[in-house]
Design a protein around this ligand. Structure first.
Ligand SMILES: CCC/C=C/C(=O)SCCNC(=O)CCNC(=O)[C@H](O)C(C)(C)COP(=O)([O-])OP(=O)([O-])OC[C@H]1O[C@@H](n2cnc3c(N)ncnc32)[C@H](O)[C@@H]1OP(=O)([O-])[O-]
Ligand SMILES: NC(=O)C1=CN([C@@H]2O[C@H](COP(=O)(O)OP(=O)(O)OC[C@H]3O[C@@H](n4cnc5c(N)ncnc54)[C@H](OP(=O)(O)O)[C@@H]3O)[C@@H](O)[C@H]2O)C=CC1
Length: 270
């Protein structure tokens, strides 16, 4: 078996026993994989998302010693999302917040309207600020941590993604700032930047040409990032092994941030 196909699960069972976590966007893709892995390692996860059916389906797929419940909520409704978090914090405490809900449409900057810009900024930046702020008192009690899902190559820009890259660069700045401001409260905060992850959402957005050809061309290691690899990294950051890691952007992308990158392939998104 090659390294490319080796199961990425390396953390010992029980590593996250007793951890209380909240994962946004837990009903699909990366959020679902993160939830599955946290529960396998012993955590209790509350999954947040807009659709009850997909959040329930995540619950049905779980196997492991941890627990799971869900709340239907739009993270762009910052008051409702904060209220859901406070409910979790008050009832069970909170040791981990995973800000995973996010996304964008692909369009050239000149084709993005004010409303289009605001939609993407609200989802990928503003909601994260408010939810993370609401988590502070609970994370301070547990010396917990935050993981923000970002993008590989966020520091260099990305064609067709002006709104999303600006939002994620904002999240990186926020991450580094809170890592400083909250370090003495014992709270850590990091970003994980996956390369291309072939989730349903991306399959719907990008053409077969992109997925079939350009991902390999743009990635030095010539393969996309599996959701399970992202999940293991998030779990690592939440575990005692990550206890001194804060303010980081960890890119898990087969070297995409070093290579040609989809950002340099204008034909990728149109
Ligand atoms: C390597 C890859 C890395 C990344 C991978 C992934 O993230 S995978 C995940 C990838 N998949 C996803 O992320 C899917 C999730 N994405 C979404 O849910 C939504 O796109 C949204 C949350 C970003 C906006 O939600 P919303 O309910 O607020 O949307 P709304 O319909 O109300 O429109 C608001 C404004 O946006 C405008 N507009 C919309 N489309 C386009 C376009 N193509 N062109 C131009 N403009 C567009 C629309 O016209 C309107 O402006 P207007 O006309 O009033 O001036
Ligand atoms: N796929 C990829 O190639 C990459 C993805 N990413 C990022 O990783 C994260 C997860 O992506 P991925 O799993 O691929 O995408 P998905 O679309 O599968 O997951 C996004 C999840 O967020 C939820 N969500 C979206 N908008 C909201 C909202 N307003 N309020 C609450 N929940 C919401 C969705 O559920 P629902 O619609 O039910 O609310 C969905 O479960 C995103 O931030 C994405 O941008 C980063 C790098 C690459």
């Amino acid at each position: 078996m090659t390294a490319a196909t080796t199961e990425p699960r390396v953390l010992a069972s029980g590593t996250l026993d007793g951890l209380s976590a909240l994962v946004t966007g837990a009903g699909s893709g990366i959020g679902r994989a993160v939830t599955q892995r946290l529960v396998q390692l012993g955590a209790h996860v509350t999954g947040l998302g807009r659709h009850e059916d997909s959040l329930k389906e995540t619950g049905d797929l779980l196997d492991g010693p941890g627990g799971y419940d869900h709340r239907v909520c739009d993270v762009r409704d910052t008051e409702a999302a904060a209220a859901a978090l406070v409910e979790v914090g008050e009832s069970r405490g909170l040791g981990l917040l995973v800000n995973n809900a996010g996304g964008q449409f692909f369009a050239k900057a000149l084709d993005i309207s004010v409303n289009g810009w605001n939609s993407v900024l609200d989802l990928n930046l503003t909601s994260i600020f408010h939810l993370t702020k609401a988590a502070h008192p609970y994370l301070a009690r547990t010396h917990g941590s935050v993981v923000n899902l970002s993008l590989s190559g966020v520091e260099r820009g990305g064609m067709g993604m002006a709104h999303s890259i600006a939002a994620r660069a904002g999240v990186l700045g926020l991450t580094r700032t809170l890592a400083l401001e909250w370090a003495t409260d014992g709270i850590r905060i990091n970003c994980v930047g996956p390369g291309t992850v072939l989730t349903h959402a991306l399959n719907d957005e990008a053409s077969d040409h992109v997925l079939g050809n350009l991902v390999h061309k743009a990635t030095p290691m010539q393969r996309p990032t599996p959701t399970a690899d992202v999940a293991e990294l998030v779990a690592f950051l939440a575990s005692p092994a990550g206890a001194l890691m804060t303010g980081q952007l960890l890119q898990i992308d087969g070297g995409a941030h070093l290579g040609a990158g989809l950002h340099m392939l204008p034909e990728a998104y149109r």
